[in-house]
Design a binder for this molecule. Structure first.
Ligand code: SRM
Ligand code: SF4
Length: 527
C-alpha cells in the first residue's frame, strides 16, 4: 500500500478478498455444482470464480464463460480436441448462438462459452488431465502471457519465447495449481515477451513488456513498464531503462509482481494499475525498489532494441527456419470457433503439421510444421479453402473485435457480428491496396485494443432523433511493430447506423481505398 493509501478505505473487492482468498473456491466447486448457480454467494459467483477462470455471464444468466491460459498461444492438437469436447459436451447455445462456441482473444488465448455450474468440476478435471489450466485468468491476476506466435519456427527470430513464457506462467500459477502469493494483486497485470523483430505481441500496451535488445554482443531484453488501458485512460508503457539477459526474465517478473503486490494502491479500483504506483513513486524509486527486491542492481537499457520491422499478421504460407517446413496462418473471422471446427483444426494439425495449433493476438490461428510436399493438399482441405482461408479480403483479414453485448455486460454496443457485417459490405464497395487494421471494442475498457489500430471503434451511446442509440467513438493512427505508438480519437459518438458511410470516407481519404466499379455503377443507377 502507498502511504496515501493507508488513510483510504480498501475498495469493496479488497474487502471481500480479505475475508476469503478466491483461489480457495477450488475446494467448493463440487458444492456449487450441487446447490446451483443462484444459491452461490454473490461475490463468489460474480467475481471469485474468475480466479479459477469461470466467468458468470449476467447477459445469459446461469451460463459461464471459461477463460483459459494458453502460454505463448500454443496448444497441442490433443489439447485442442479436449477443448472442442468441452464445447461440444458442456457449452450450450446462448446470445445469438444456438450452440456453444469458443473465441480467440486479443491475448492469444481461448474463451469457451455457455457452460453450467453443475459441469464445472468435470471441466476442471478434464483440463487438468490434458495439461491445461484456467487458474488466475481473471480479476486481480496476471493475464495470459503472450509471446511471439512464431517462436521457434521464424527464420528471423531473435529469441525463442516459448520456454520463457511457459516458465513465467509456471512461476505465477504455481505450476497451474494456483499460487496464493501472486494472485491477490491490487489489480490485473499484463505481460508480453517479444522474440522477433516486429513486436507481434504489442509489448508496449502491457504492464511489463520484454523487447529483444543486444548489450555488449549478448542478446537479452530491454524492459517496458506500466502500459495499460482503462476507461478514458490509455497509457503506453514507458522504458524502465533496464536490460536483462534471458535467464533473468522470470526473476525480474517475480520481483516486479512482489513490489506491485506489496505497494500498489488498493483503494479506488480505477487507480490501482501498476502505472499509478510508478507515477506515485517516480520511475527512479520504482526501479530502486525493484533492484532491492531482485537483490542486485539492474543494468541500464541497451542503446536500442531490435524492433525494426513492420508488424506481420502471419496469415498465409511462410517458410520456417526448419528446411522443408512451413507455417500456415489461417484467418478466423472475428476469432470465433465452433466445436466441429476445433476438432477439424486439431485433425489438420495432426495429419499435416507437427500436432500443434497456435493463436495470435489478432484472433487468428497458425498451423506450424507443414512439409512442402503436403502443402497443396493441406490448402485444399475444405476448412482451409472455404472457412479459415489463407487469403481473406483486406478488411476482414485485419479485423479484430472484443466480445461486445452478445455476452459482456459492460458492453455499450454489439460488436463482433456488426463488425463482420459492416466489413463485408465495405469490402463489396471498395478496393483496398492493403489490409487496414480495424479494431472494435464494445466499451471504453478497450479489450479490442482500438488504440493500436489503423481505425479503432469504441462503443458508446448517442442521442439521435430523440432516441438513445448505439454509437462509437472513432480512433485513428495507432501504429504497431517498429515505432509503435497509440492512435488518437478523431470523432465522438457516431451512431452505428452512420458508421458505414463514415468508415467508407476514412478508408478513401486516408487509406487509398477506391470505390469499385460495381459500387460506383450501382450508386449512379440508384441516384
Ligand atoms: Fe478485457 C474486463 C474480455 C483483453 C481491458 N474483459 C473484461 C471482461 C472480463 C469483463 C466481464 O467480466 O465481462 C470481459 C469478458 C467478456 C467476455 O465474455 O468475453 C473482457 N478482455 C476481454 C477479451 C476476451 C476481449 C476479446 O474479445 O479478445 C480479452 C481477453 C484476454 C485474455 O485472454 O485474457 C480481453 N481487456 C483486454 C485487453 C487487451 C490486452 O490485454 O492487450 C485490455 C486492455 C489492456 C489492459 O488491460 O491494460 C482489457 N478488460 C479490460 C478492462 C479495463 C482494465 C482497467 O484497468 O480498467 C476490464 C474491466 C476491469 O478489469 O475492471 C476488462
Ligand atoms: Fe466487454 Fe467492454 Fe471488454 Fe468489450 S471492451 S469485452 S464490451 S469489457
Amino acid at each position: 500500500m502507498t502511504s496515501t493509501d493507508k488513510k483510504l478505505k480498501l475498495n469493496k473487492i479488497e474487502q471481500s478478498k480479505a475475508k476469503k482468498h478466491p483461489l480457495l473456491l477450488k475446494q467448493e466447486l463440487e458444492q456449487f455444482a450441487q446447490i446451483g448457480w443462484e444459491a452461490v454467494d454473490d461475490f463468489d459467483r460474480e467475481y471469485g470464480l474468475k480466479w479459477l477462470g469461470f466467468f458468470h455471464r449476467t447477459v445469459t444468466p446461469g451460463k459461464f464463460m471459461l477463460r483459459m491460459r494458453i502460454p505463448n498461444g500454443i496448444l497441442t492438437s490433443t489439447q485442442m480436441c479436449v477443448l472442442a469436447e468441452i464445447v461440444q459436451r458442456y457449452c450450450q447455445g446462448s446470445g445469438f448462438q444456438d450452440r456453444g462456441n469458443a473465441d480467440i482473444t486479443t491475448r492469444q488465448n481461448l474463451q469457451l462459452r455457455g457452460m453450467r455450474i453443475e459441469d464445472i468440476p468435470d471441466i476442471f478435471d478434464r483440463l487438468l488431465k490434458a495439461g491445461l489450466t484456467s487458474v488466475q485468468s481473471g480479476m486481480d491476476n496476471v493475464r495470459n502471457i503472450t509471446g511471439s506466435p512464431v517462436a521457434g519456427i521464424d527464420a528471423d527470430e531473435l529469441i525463442d519465447t516459448r520456454g520463457l513464457v511457459r516458465n513465467l506462467q509456471d512461476m505465477i500459477t504455481g505450476n497451474s495449481q494456483g499460487n496464493l502469493a501472486l494472485s491477490n494483486l491490487p489489480r490485473k497485470f499484463n505481460i508480453a515477451v517479444a522474440g522477433g523483430r516486429d513486436n507481434s505481441v504489442h509489448a508496449e500496451i502491457n504492464d511489463l513488456g520484454y523487447l529483444p535488445a543486444y548489450k555488449e554482443g549478448k542478446l537479452g531484453f530491454n524492459l517496458l513498464v506500466g502500459g495499460y488501458f482503462a476507461p478514458n485512460n490509455y497509457v503506453a508503457a514507458i522504458p524502465l531503462n533496464a536490460w536483462i539477459p534471458p535467464e533473468e526474465v522470470v526473476p525480474l517478473a517475480e520481483a516486479m509482481l512482489i513490489v506491485y503486490n506489496e505497494n500498489g494502491s488498493r483503494a479506488k479500483r480505477q487507480k490501482c494499475r501498476m502505472m499509478h504506483l510508478i507515477e506515485d513513486w517516480g520511475l527512479e524509486k520504482f526501479r530502486t525498489e525493484l533492484e532491492n527486491q531482485l537483490g542486485h542492481p539492474l543494468e541500464p537499457a541497451a542503446e536500442k532494441d531490435e524492433i525494426d520491422w513492420e508488424k506481420r499478421d502471419h496469415i498465409g504460407v511462410h517458410k520456417q527456419k526448419q528446411p522443408g517446413l512451413n507455417y500456415v496462418g489461417l484467418h478466423v473471422p472475428i476469432g470465433r470457433l465452433y466445436a466441429d471446427e476445433m476438432f477439424e483444426l486439431a485433425r489438420l494439425a495432426e495429419v499435416y503439421g507437427g500436432g500443434e495449433v497456435r493463436l495470435t493476438v489478432e484472433q487468428n490461428l497458425i498451423i506450424p510444421d507443414v512439409p512442402d510436399t503436403r502443402l497443396e493438399t493441406f490448402l485444399n482441405e475444405p476448412l482451409v479453402k472455404e472457412r479459415f482461408t489463407t487469403a481473406p479480403e483486406q478488411l476482414n483479414r485485419a479485423l479484430v473485435s472484443c466480445t461486445g453485448s452478445e455476452f459482456c455486460s459492460y458492453a455499450m454496443i454489439e460488436t463482433k457480428n456488426r463488425a463482420l457485417k459492416l466489413i463485408q459490405e465495405l469490402e463489396s464497395e471498395l478496393n483496398l491496396p492493403r489490409p487496414i487494421r480495424i479494431h472494435w471494442t464494445g466499451c471504453p475498457n478497450s479489450c479490442g485494443q482500438p488504440q493500436v489500430a489503423d481505425i479503432g471503434l469504441i462503443g458508446t451511446k448517442a442521442r439521435k432523433d430523440g432516441e438513445t442509440v448505439e454509437a462509437a467513438d472513432i480512433w485513428m493512427g495507432g501504429k504497431v511493430g517498429k515505432d509503435a505508438h497509440l492512435g488518437e480519437e478523431i470523432m465522438k459518438k457516431v451512431p452505428c447506423d452512420e458508421l458505414k458511410d463514415v468508415l467508407r470516407g476514412l478508408l478513401i481519404e486516408h487509406f487509398e481505398a477506391q470505390p469499385n466499379r460495381e459500387a460506383v455503377r450501382e450508386k449512379t443507377t440508384v441516384g
